[in-house]
Design a protein around this ligand. Structure first.
Ligand code: SF4
Ligand code: SF4
Ligand code: FES
Length: 499
């Protein structure tokens, strides 16, 4: 393997590695704009220039492969001058509207100017070339051409990752600008990644614009539950409000995030978020509604026996919540009518990330099915359609997924568990709200069998609790508690599934 020495430190790496990669492996940071580890190398910005022994002039580290015995330096006067000159060139026509730019605080132009630039502009503001500002670019993005440094990361993303080719560089020389190709709209399923990989504030997210200065944001790692991919995310939040989701790259799951996944946090603040329970369409405090649900369960069991009640698990719920549902059926209601069988077609749908299965935990549900067995889906549908069932306890989306197979539900009462009203697809005698995945810890198994957990970043609305807590209270009200009183107890109970 070729051996290279950078700033006095030596490393050997496989042939084909670049000076920038070698420096990174040695813990030496080389500034860059156009380089992105998940895109092809374009070598357009020249910010990564370094000195290489025996080379007549500076070389760009992102595009220069290492050679055995190579010696490079990243901290010489010539390198520092080159960085300063590149910055002066990039900023010559830049509007420097940092006070109103969303990228402020995480902008490489700002950061590198402070680290390497600190030059006085030789171009007066009135002489700067003006370009279009705040141009709508698809559903989620805004493009400000004046701020663009023409690194072409956005163009390469659309060409190489989504392969939708919406963007191009139009014009020549200092009249060049990023443009949307004629007849195209920047609406691919991954468009918000462009706002993230743009190193300056040229592409910004319409959703995040002007909502929060980035230095106020706190960050916590979690998992997207928008589909079975189980993408790793970083939740950016402040004062009990989530502002955006960013990828937390993991070679086993994701480099990017899809737009739908990035928007999953919207359910937290949605106008149809359930903050109270509903009983016969009337709003009710949650505790009395739980007692009402227990009464419905008691009545059904008293009149027609426990086998007139069905409990459904859900591929949309965490292992914790499904365990509580299984325990409710087995321990509390003593019905054998438990269904944990939700077969789903899984696999990457678009060759990038999005999974055919929009539920995050069908594989976690299988772990519980191995332990609790229960009805398969065919038997469940037959049973419900037979008319022998008087009451169903189910998470809203799991019940909706059966809708087409169910003939008639109007003579069956339901206790439905939901986060938002839009999840509800059925009239229900009782709707109980529960905490969303950003508000509670929960384990999920993605389509590859990877066990991961969500981390709470914000608190649920007053009185709204994790679903396993709601079900534990419900079981206590029926007189046969499943005893999931606190997180320690829960962890102990699910330990056999999350080894
Ligand atoms: S819009 Fe952003 S990502 Fe695209 S070329 Fe300009 S600076 Fe680079
Ligand atoms: S692909 Fe699935 S898990 Fe990944 S961000 Fe999109 S919805 Fe979330
Ligand atoms: S990062 Fe190397 S030329 Fe842009």
């Amino acid at each position: 393997m070729p051996k290279i020495t950078i700033d006095g430190k030596t490393i050997d790496l496989p042939a084909g590695a670049t000076i920038l990669q070698a420096a990174q492996a040695l813990g030496i940071y080389i500034p860059r704009y156009c380089y992105h580890p998940a895109l092809s190398v374009s070598g357009t910005c020249r910010m990564c220039a370094v000195e290489v022994d025996k080379a007549p002039k500076l070389q760009i580290a992102c595009a220069t492969e290492i050679a055995d015995g190579m010696i490079a330096r990243t901290d010489t006067a010539a390198v520092k001058k080159a960085r300063k000159d590149v910055l002066e060139f990039l900023l010559a026509n830049h509007p420097v509207d940092c006070p109103i730019c969303d990228q402020a605080g995480e902008c490489s132009l700002q950061d590198y100017y402070m680290d390497y630039g600190l030059h006085k502009s030789r171009v007066a503001p009135e002489d700067k070339i003006q370009r279009s500002k705040h141009r709508a670019a698809g559903r989620y993005l805004v493009l400000d051409n004046e701020r663009c440094i023409l690194c072409t990361r956005c163009v390469r993303f659309c060409d190489e990752v989504t392969k939708t080719n919406e963007l191009t560089v139009s014009g020549r020389s200092d009249a060049s600008f990023i443009d949307i190709r004629e007849g195209k709209s920047l609406d691919n399923d991954y468009s918000l990644n462009i706002a993230e990989l743009c190193p300056v504030g040229a592409f910004t997210s319409r959703d995040f614009r002007f909502k929060q200065r980035v230095w106020f944001l706190k960050r916590i790692k979690s998992v997207c539950t928008g589909c079975a991919a189980g993408c790793n995310i970083e939740v950016h939040y402040n004062e009990n409000t989530v502002y955006r989701l960013m990828p937390s790259p993991n070679p086993e799951t994701n480099t990017w995030l899809c737009d739908r996944g990035r928007m999953t946090y919207k359910a937290l603040q949605a106008g149809d978020r359930l903050r109270k329970a509903f009983v016969k369409k009337g709003s009710m405090e949650i505790e009395p509604a739980i007692r009402h649900a227990a009464h419905l369960l008691d009545e059904a069991a008293r009149k027609t026996g426990p086998e007139s009640v069905v409990v459904l698990g859900s591929p949309y719920l965490s292992i914790e919540d499904n365990l509580a549902l299984a325990e409710l059926a087995a321990t509390s209601l003593k019905t054998s009518n438990l269904c944990l069988d939700f077969p789903r077609e899984q696999g990457v749908k678009d060759g990038i990330l999005i999974n055919k299965d929009d539920a995050p935990d069908a594989n976690g549900l299988k772990l519980l099915k191995a332990r609790y067995a229960g009805l398969d889906q065919g038997a469940l549908i037959e049973l419900i359609n037979s008319g022998r069932i008087k009451l169903i306890v189910a998470e809203a989306r799991a019940l909706s997924s059966l809708k087409e197979k169910l003939r008639e539900l109007s003579n069956i009462e339901t206790v439905i568990l939901a986060v938002t009203k839009s999840d509800l697809d059925f009239e229900s005698a009782c709707v109980l709200p529960y905490a969303a995945n950003f508000e509670t810890e929960g384990h999920f198994v993605n389509y590859k069998g990877l066990l991961q957990k969500t981390t709470p970043s914000v608190a649920a609305p007053d009185g709204v609790k994790p679903l396993w807590t709601v079900l534990s209270k419900l079981s206590s009200c029926t007189g046969a508690p499943i005893r999931l009183e606190d997180a320690a107890e829960l962890r102990e109970r699910i330990s056999e599934f999350i080894k």
